[in-house]
Design a protein around this ligand. Structure first.
Ligand SMILES: Nc1ncnc2c1ncn2[C@@H]1O[C@H](COP(=O)(O)OP(=O)(O)OP(=O)(O)O)[C@@H](O)[C@H]1O
Length: 314
């Protein structure tokens, strides 16, 4: 559904300076996948999305999206994809259903077809009771659902969503995700989305692609990335600092005060053996816990920086 090779975008600045926003991305996304595209501010997410949605021509490299080349056949790409940007897609003057029907007509749907599709999407996104409302009277979460409906009006095979849950309260964020998952189940649409919320990517996406400095630095399921690149931790509180140092030596970890951190595979399975070894060495253990890594730990182990140091929009 998405195939890129060496996809690159360089912005020319004043005095011959250049910004290499995207530096040779190779990416293959198959039909039906739900991919979360993560990275810190300025990593190149939006620039990549803008190239894949034909809003920005690549400087070099190729991208085929929904079967068509973005540079050679942008109109065909656009007819097969939907794009939900960070800003509202609906104008202010039309009622929700009328806006959906009008945009459907703009995509070439016949009047009855546009009306049927609008009603189907209103139903899918729980917007039927709001069909006659003006966009200005809706909550943030409701407006975002309208944006998603608008992105789907022409039955695209692939939907791009730029930060679909940003700016919403936790309840509305959870609701948006329910709707995203529901539309995928109903239509089998391929979904490619950016998000700042690592837990959402972790729990909802089946594939996580991490970009940093314009390059893809990790690509896999959240579980794979966490297991392969970060690993579990066992955190032990020892009785004394001397015990902590001894425990760190035995387990091959690090001690800070009385706290010892050990990186291990499958921490819950490894913990009993570690505790037995410490007991045999006469190390007193006050507390012990196992910690599963997060996607932030993955980013940290790859870059030495935290993704959450980034400004997360409220
Ligand atoms: N039109 C432009 N002209 C010059 N530089 C640009 C332009 N658009 C983006 N950039 C630069 O390209 C780099 C990547 O920007 P991009 O917006 O793709 O990052 P991002 O990952 O989407 O960041 P954010 O999470 O903050 O939206 C940044 O250094 C940015 O300043």
């Amino acid at each position: 559904m998405i195939h890129t090779r060496g996809l690159t975008r360089v912005f020319a600045m004043k005095r011959k300076e250049k910004v290499e926003a995207v530096r040779g991305i190779d990416l293959d996304v198959e039909a039906g996948q739900l991919v979360a595209f993560l990275g810190p501010n300025g990593a190149g997410k939006s620039t990549t999305l803008r190239m894949l949605t034909t809003l920005l021509p690549p400087t070099s490299g190729t991208a085929t999206v929904a079967g068509h080349d973005v540079a050679k056949d942008p109109a065909r790409v656009r007819s097969r994809i939907g794009y939900v940007g960070q800003r509202n897609s609906a104008g202010e003057e039309y009622r929700i259903r009328d806006e959906l029907v009008t945009q459907g007509r703009c995509y070439g749907l016949r009047p009855r077809e546009a009306a049927t599709r609008a009603d189907e999407l209103l139903d899918l996104l729980d917007l039927t009771p709001l069909a006659k409302r003006l966009p200005g009277t809706l909550s943030g979460g409701q407006r975002r659902r309208v944006d998603i409906a608008l992105g789907l009006i022409h039955r695209p095979d692939l939907l791009f969503l730029d930060e679909p849950s940003t700016g919403l309260d936790p309840t509305s964020r959870a609701e948006i995700w329910q709707h995203i998952l529901r539309l995928r189940e109903t239509y089998g649409t391929t979904l490619f989305l950016t998000t700042h919320y690592l837990e959402e990517a972790d729990h909802m996406a089946e594939r996580v692609v991490i970009i940093d400095g314009g390059r893809i630095i990790a690509d896999g399921t959240a579980e794979q990335l966490k297991n392969d690149l970060a690993g579990d931790r066992i955190v032990i509180t020892a009785g004394t600092e001397q015990d902590a140092e001894k425990a760190a030596r035995i387990g091959g970890g690090t001690a800070e005060g009385t706290t010892v951190t050990l990186r291990v595979d499958r921490a819950t399975a490894a913990l009993p053996d570690h505790l037995r070894a410490l007991d045999a060495a006469g190390v007193k253990v006050a507390t012990a816990e196992t910690i599963r890594p997060t996607l932030d730990d993955v980013f940290l182990s790859l870059t030495g920086r935290s993704l959450t140091d980034d400004d997360i929009p409220a």
